[in-house]
Ligand binder design. Sequence first.
Ligand code: HEC
Length: 504
Amino acid sequence: MTLNRTQASLTKAMLLIGALIGGQAQADQAENISTETLYLQQCAACHGPDRLGGMGPALLPDNLGRLKQSEAEQVIREGRPATQMGGYQTLLNNEQIAALTDFIYQPPSHELKWGEAEIRSSQEVSHPQGSLPDKPVFEADLMNLFLVVEIGDHHVTLLDGDKLEPIHRFPSRFALHGGPKYSPDGRYVYFGSRDGWITKYDIYNLKVVAEVRAGINMRNIAVSADGNYVLAANYLPHSMVLFDARNLDMLDFIPVQNDAGDSSRVSAVYTAPPRGSFIAALKDMPEAWEIAVENGEAKVRRMTTDTLLDDFFFDPGYRHLIGAARDGKHGVVIDLDTGQTTAELPLPGMPHLGSGITWEYEGRRVMATPHFRAGAISIIDMDTWQVIKTLKTEGPGFFMRSHENSRYAWADVFFGPNADKVHIIDKQTLEIVRTLQPEPGKVAAHVEFDRYGEKLLLSIWDNDGAIIVYDADTLEEEKRLPMKKPSGKYNVWNKINYEEGTSH
Ligand code: HEC
């Protein structure tokens, strides 16, 4: 998508490296050189002289956290099929490949900087706001579109939610995560990538309109309820960055620090529509932050919490934050007005609150959350903050989904031998009424409903995977669309209306 610029910087990097080391070295003459030099010769052109990434992804320990070292070694040896990442087994010997693998899992020798200047110079606006037509280039219900993130080959598919057919497929940045966010009118979508890139995409025109790199290793992004701002939450550096949503101009750079000067990663940031603010929690210090924007500047209100908050959720009115304590054994309820902890909940094993959902049960609001480390789903009364039911599942889960119009909630088993199963829970009896195993041996995960709650999409989370369409009422499979490791799916209507059955 930014090929020209990437190619230009690639050539620049190659020239630079050429000048540094005097031309491309071959394996035989590379025997005695240091691993760092080997990296500069063989890898830096694509992965950046500082390992910050370029045309290839960043190769830094935090960014590689989800890739096992042995897997990285295999990638270097054999390459990745159908990508620019070629195999090095004929060029480099085993020791060199092992040394390079070790090298990329080591922190850099000097601290990497990604501050205001770096952010500003990374910005690229290909179509300034207002320069593209307002009429969509395709016909479909614009409120019932889905975006499917395919992490298998870093693409995104736009789906017609009525016909349940693809409209368009386009390349994304490497390793999108944290969930794309729509503008309030549903025309634009903002993607965040592992390596810190924010991409703004115009769905009506099927075009990337602006990009900026907010950090080196990013957790997620949020879009303000009025659609005016995008806030990025980083792991590296320890910062949050505020952007004007129109062309992704940087407005404010917020170092994440306490008064003593200690800094922290950000666990995540979400928009809190009724409050007109953003709420973030910190990963390395027990604080939650409320961030409001005044005259293009971020105003931070800090709340001290009793525990570190890795993952969290809100009640529908955004009065309370429900967080998972670091010990994984309980949840805390924090009043967002006072900053006080008002309740504690016993929870069996590292809840994934970020994917919690809520519904009406016997006249009161309940929330349900799966757990990363226990085969259980906790159902919690949101008035009394009591756990009213713990459902036993066939293994730890990742996502839960429902829709206001559906009587069922769907919960995947994501870890362990039963990761190919999905549970369906009746929201009125709080019982598991059916367990599906749509593709034995392949992970089945993450459901998203259409805008009406009539159909739903389930992912077969595999490079040779698919989206399965189900009738939300009869629970019958209707069709399969082949996809490359479709991770998340995001329905425009459900997301912009903060539908109770989906995470935000
Ligand atoms: C011509 C460009 C290019 C060169 C040169 C290159 N790579 Fe890559 N590399 C890529 C691309 C592109 C990817 C992403 C492939 C994909 O889509 O999965 C990648 C992926 C990787 C990954 C996997 C990263 C992840 O997070 O999954 C590792 C590890 C890696 N490269 C290491 C190296 C090393 C070490 C060298 C030097 C010996 C090297 N690469 C040289 C382009 C390159």
